[in-house]
Design a protein around this ligand. Structure first.
Ligand code: GDP
Ligand code: MG
Length: 163
């Protein structure tokens, strides 16, 4: 079976935009409206001749930011169970939020490989303030701009190392 890579994170961080980048076409619907994602959430993808399945977990069971922790936990646990590698996406423009901390607490306890993806870094030079995300305790931060298509190759290089 192909390895499964899931994209996890709070609403509006750019999960669906990143999903579309990784699969190389626009299949997930991205919305300004936090938590709104429909359409395709599973797609096949390839990088360096390695084939894998990508899941946009925002479309599994969307939660709203003001909803209870149990909903967030359930979504993260579904992702953990299904995946070999988890892309935990945070928003480099907004900084660390309480929901990011909740999600990271759950992911850190899993035995799965977790890659911390700092999205919305739309300039070639990475701003120093993304290093605040180290407090989440996930490890190395990979800066990307899903919207501009920056850093995606470096991210996928890391992903396929785990297969
Ligand atoms: P999701 O809720 O996590 O699936 O987030 P979406 O992919 O729907 O994106 C939410 C919003 O963030 C949309 O308005 C996107 O256009 C915007 N967005 C996504 N990626 C980027 C990025 O790399 N840079 C910037 N500036 N905005 C982005
Ligand atoms: Mg989405």
């Amino acid at each position: 079976d192909r390895p499964v890579v899931s994209i996890v994170g709070r609403p509006n961080v750019g999960k669906s935009t990143l999903f579309n980048r990784i699969v190389g076409r626009r299949v997930a619907i991205t919305e300004n409206n936090p938590g709104v994602t429909r359409d395709r959430i599973y797609e096949e993808a390839e990088w360096l001749n390695k084939y894998f399945t990508v899941i946009d977990t925002g479309g599994l069971e969307p939660f709203s930011e003001d909803k209870i922790l149990s909903q967030i936990r359930r979504q993260a646990e579904i992702a953990i169970e299904m995946s070999d590698v988890i892309l935990f996406v945070v928003d480099g423009l907004s900084g660390v939020t309480a929901t990011d901390r909740d999600i990271s607490n759950i992911l850190r306890k899993s035995k799965k490989e977790v890659i911390l993806v700092c999205n919305k870094i739309d300039t070639p030079k990475t701003p120093d303030d993304i290093y605040e995300f180290y407090e989440l305790g996930i490890g190395e931060i990979i800066p990307v701009s899903a919207a501009q298509g920056l850093g995606i190759g470096d991210l996928l290089d890391e992903v396929v190392k785990y297969f």
